[in-house]
Each structure stands twice: as structure tokens, then as C-alpha cells.
Design a protein around this ligand. Structure first.
Ligand SMILES: *[C@@H]1O[C@H](CO)[C@@H](O)[C@H](O)[C@H]1NC(C)=O
Length: 223
């Protein structure tokens, strides 16, 4: 790398580091249904992913379907999706394939969710409020594409766009973390109870993001 390029890249990383926001104790509120309001989460994921865990808290009184987490790559809009089709059910999509999870739940109640997937076994785990749901499997041996566009508040039907109002999220989202490994049950419990386990993909305490449309940041009032 020549000198100039090196400095440009050092400067870019510095700027990006400074752009990270500590969102501890805060949430994004998506106050109104739309096909545009969303948060783009910026990562530096340069290599395909074999394993991951993503955790977040959400509070909504929507009874229709909505997307909680949408990770697209250039060639596949549904590379990772955590989707809530109705009360008592979750959809977890990996590389365009889908598995279903059933859960007994109160409504409307704040929820803590952790979803993980391991390529070598294909096993998908979903933990709701620290409780493991029946494990499913899909896409064994697959690798998830790098350079994702990750969106909260909307479901991507193309790389970074083509949102559908009927799948939009209306409510509050906080405590979002993503690791490039499958967390142990002990770690899931720690995250559920609010401990910090340093993530290497998305870190709520050092979040690089961009909001678009009507999205408001406020202190969290629930947990
Ligand atoms: C993914 O997980 C498997 C099994 O848990 C492990 O053997 C493998 O090394 C992991 N891959 C990476 C890239 O971390």
C-alpha cells in the first residue's frame, strides 16, 4: 500500500471509530408505521460467516407480522432474517431458507431474543427471555455472505431497500449485539440479564449507524 492510501485508510478507521455511539440504556423508537423509517447498522464484516449469535430487546404492541433483524447481501436479500409472523411464532431465515419456532408468550410484553446459527451442524437456536426454544436446523455447511446491509425497522427485499410497510416494525429496539460465534448457554443468560460480553460484529455500546425517516433515540423505560 502506498503512503497516501495508508493514511486515508487510517483516517477512515479513526473517523468510523469516532462515529460509534454508546447506546447503553437507550433504545431506537420507531414511532409510526411507514415503508421508509429504519436504522442501518454499519459493520466491518469482510469475510463470510460460519457462526453467529445476535441478541436484542424489543417492545411492540404490533399483532401483525414484522421484521426484527434484516441482513442482506448483494446476491440475497434474505441472508439472515428474524421475523415475527404472529404472536407465539418466530421465523428464522438463513441463506433464504426458513425454520419456524413456537413459543408461549404474553402480549404485549418486552422480549429479549438471541438467535444463533452454526454452519457445521446447521443448528439454529432461538432463545426468548433466556429460555431456549426447540432447536431446528437449516443450511448445513453454508457460509453467510460478507459486506452485509443490516437494517432495523424494515425488512429488505433488495440490498438495502425495497421495504414493505406491512412488514415494518413499530415499537422500540435496544441492546443489540452480534458475535461471530455461537454463544454458550451461560453467556446467553449473562447477556439476557444485562452483562456485557464483548461482541465483534455489532456492539450496542459502540454502534455505527445511520437513521433514516422517523426514528427517535430515547432512554429505555422497560427491560
Ligand atoms: C464455527 O464453529 C465450529 C463449531 O462450533 C468451529 O469448529 C469453527 O471453527 C467455527 N468457525 C469459525 C470461522 O469460527
Amino acid at each position: 500500500m502506498n503512503q497516501l492510501l495508508l493514511w486515508v485508510s487510517v483516517l477512515t478507521s479513526l473517523l468510523e471509530a469516532f462515529a460509534a455511539t454508546d447506546m447503553s440504556g437507550k433504545v431506537f423508537i420507531f414511532p409510526k408505521e411507514s415503508n421508509s423509517a429504519h436504522v442501518s447498522l454499519i459493520t466491518h464484516l469482510e469475510k463470510p460467516l460460519q457462526n453467529f449469535t445476535v441478541c436484542l430487546r424489543a417492545y411492540t404492541d404490533l399483532s401483525r407480522s414484522y421484521s426484527l433483524f434484516s441482513y442482506s447481501i448483494q446476491t440475497k436479500s434474505n441472508e439472515i432474517v428474524i421475523y415475527k409472523p404472529r404472536i407465539g411464532e418466530y421465523h428464522f431465515i438463513i441463506g433464504g431458507d426458513i425454520v419456524f419456532f413456537r413459543v408461549s408468550e404474553l402480549f404485549p410484553e418486552p422480549v429479549h431474543i438471541c438467535a444463533s446459527w452454526e454452519s457445521s451442524s446447521g443448528i439454529a437456536e432461538l432463545w426468548v427471555n433466556g429460555k431456549p426454544l426447540v432447536r431446528k436446523g437449516l443450511r448445513q455447511g453454508y457460509s453467510l455472505g460478507a459486506h452485509p446491509k443490516i437494517v432495523l425497522g424494515q425488512e429488505q427485499d433488495s440490498y438495502g431497500g425495497r421495504f414493505d410497510k406491512s412488514q415494518s416494525f413499530v415499537g422500540e429496539i435496544g441492546d443489540l449485539y452480534m458475535w461471530d460465534s455461537v454463544l454458550s448457554p451461560q453467556d446467553i443468560q449473562l447477556v439476557y440479564t444485562g452483562s456485557y460480553i464483548k461482541p465483534n460484529i455489532l456492539d450496542w455500546q459502540a454502534l455505527n449507524y445511520k437513521t433514516q425517516g422517523y426514528v427517535v433515540t430515547k432512554p429505555q423505560r422497560w427491560s
